[in-house]
Design a protein around this ligand. Structure first.
Ligand code: NAD
Length: 498
């Protein structure tokens, strides 16, 4: 694909492309070159309304409403196959859009069909239950029903993967969906959109509205016909969305930011641990919600961990993310690089010391938003660089002495998304995993994920569950049905039948 492959893209509504109401388009910049490479429709309230109405009509249309659950699964399976066929093109598109390594995006796209296959398998296992109860002559059962129109809003760091975690369970449950991708990375979803029709989903079941968060995104969230908002992004935006939806009793699933601890005990395999630290913070240039941005190393191995991480950081190959030998690409936007620079300066002002990195990186022939892998020492967990999400390749390494001390430090954060533990002591691994306040704990590994495993954020890292069987609960509601199987009227109509 060249950078001139598709200069303009419209919204995808009710199975057709639709030009934006005001005729405006948002420029998307390739972060590796610093140059615009396509334009996506700039959605407003009129576009959002059209998409939600299309999804609402599709939800009530027998063409979708009466589709059997078995057939829903078949549609998801077909979509999975189509995604697999287009995987390479979609992976390259994502790399051009957000600057993440092609090797990483290929791996994400290779796993994407699994998400649709997994929920395809669940589609015909969504059902209510018969409740025994204590009543004679009463049959009580539950119906598990879809909610209606689901709005899915996603960030720029893993566009299609984070769409799949919402779309697959929402569709398996029988909802209709409007997706609003990040204004920085709409391309891959727009390329995917025609595959919904090709897979056999009726028009309006999946719609895509592009544009800015505070225009298109906000208009979708505020739309009165929306039954649910599933959001992945920053804690600040998630809080605003939760506030607005809460006032209207609209449900939300929120996957937000993090400041995850990566804890190395002295008994750990130090080579494994230092590779795990690099994976936690320098993979994807630190632009992952689960970035292990606070490393705690037990005193006897602290110097060795600092030395190893520093050496590994200095050996990282920066370059064009399309080159399979590159290990660190650019940051996704110029603004993101500015934010990382600001935080590095702040860390220095707070008294932390940079032992490697700390500034913009130059890569021959490329004008992209590159930043050096950066390691802080002499940091304190109370510093802003250790409390606020930087979303870049910046890690602080801090020493600790005891297990109790490190648990207190690790949990001393407003976030609770993920944590890493490196130890050979089995009992300690289980003990620490249970005491860490985080939705995901990895022991002697980092950044493992699977559609089968639930993912959730504690504290300011989110609400609700994505992935795994529990995600179905996020996109369905339970109705309790009571049938009188007896004959004749109630014994006493003025008394509760409990
Ligand atoms: P962001 O919050 O700025 O934007 C996310 C999405 O929300 C975008 O599509 C944006 O257009 C939209 N948006 C912005 N304001 C809105 C509003 N008022 N109403 C409705 N929609 C609005 O986040 P970002 O910078 O794109 O992504 C980075 C953040 O995402 C980081 O904080 C990261 O930790 C988080 N993230 C979390 C997870 C997770 O699973 N927990 C995964 C990836 C990223």
């Amino acid at each position: 694909m060249t950078e001139r492959a598709f200069p303009r893209h419209d919204h995808y509504i009710a199975g057709s492309w639709r030009a934006p109401n005001r005729g405006d388009y948002v420029e998307s910049v390739n972060p590796t070159t610093g140059r615009a490479w396509y334009y996506a429709a700039r959605g407003d309230a009129v576009d959002a309304d059209a998409a939600v109405r299309a999804a609402h009509a599709a939800f009530r249309d027998p063409a979708w409403r009466d589709v059997t659950q078995t057939r829903r699964g078949a549609l998801l399976r077909r979509l999975a196959e189509l995604i697999a066929e287009h995987g390479e093109d979609l992976a390259r598109t994502e790399t051009l859009d957000n600057g993440k390594l092609l090797t990483e995006m290929r791996a994400q796209l290779a796993s994407l069909p699994e998400y649709f296959h997994y929920y395809a398998g669940l589609a015909d296992k969504i059902h209510g239950e018969t409740i025994p109860g204590s009543h004679r002559d009463i049959l009580n059962y539950t119906l598990r029903e879809p909610l209606g129109v689901v709005v899915a809003i996603t960030p720029w760091n893993s566009p299609l993967l984070l769409t799949a975690t919402k779309l697959a369970p929402a569709l398996a449950s029988g909802n209709t969906v409007v997706v609003k991708p990040s204004e920085h990375t709409s391309a891959s979803l727009l390329r995917l959109a025609p595959l919904f029709a090709e897979a056999g989903f009726p028009p309006g079941v999946v719609n895509v509205v592009t544009g800015h968060g505070n225009e298109a995104g906000r208009a979708l969230v505020e739309h009165p016909l929306v039954a649910k908002v599933s959001f992945t992004g920053s804690t600040e935006t998630g809080s605003a969305i939760a506030g607005d939806c809460g006032r209207r009793f609209v449900g939300t699933t929120l996957e937000l930011g993090g400041k995850s601890p990566n804890i190395v005990f002295a008994d750990a395999d130090i080579d494994n641990a230092s590779v795990g630290i690099v994976a936690g913070i320098f993979a994807a240039a630190g632009q992952t919600c689960v970035a292990g941005s606070r490393v705690f190393a037990q005193r006897p191995v602290y110097d060795e961990i600092v030395a190893q991480v520093r050496a590994r950081a200095q050996a990282i190959r920066l370059g064009d993310p399309l080159d399979p030998t590159t290990q660190l690409g650019p940051l996704a936007t110029a603004a993101q690089r500015g934010r990382v620079e600001k935080y590095v300066a702040l860390g220095v002002a707070e008294g932390a010391r940079v032992v490697t990195g700390g500034g913009r990186a130059s890569v021959d022939g490329l004008d992209g938003f590159f930043f050096e892998p950066t390691v802080f020492v002499d940091a304190d967990n109370g510093m802003r660089v250790c409390q606020e999400e930087i979303f870049g390749p910046v890690v602080a390494i801090m020493p600790f002495d005891t297990e109790d001390e490190v648990l207190a430090l690790a949990n001393d954060t407003s976030f609770g998304l993920a944590a890493g533990v490196w130890t050979r002591d089995l009992a300690r691994a289980h003990r620490v995993a249970s005491r860490l306040v985080a939705g995901t704990v990895w022991v002697n590994t980092y950044r493992s994920t699977s559609p089968m495993s639930p993912r959730s954020g504690f504290k300011n890292s989110g609400m609700g569950i994505e992935q795994g069987t529990h995600a179905i609960g996020e996109y369905t509601r339970l109705k309790s049905v009571w049938i009188n199987t007896g004959e004749g009227p109630a014994d006493d109509p003025f008394v509760l039948r409990s």
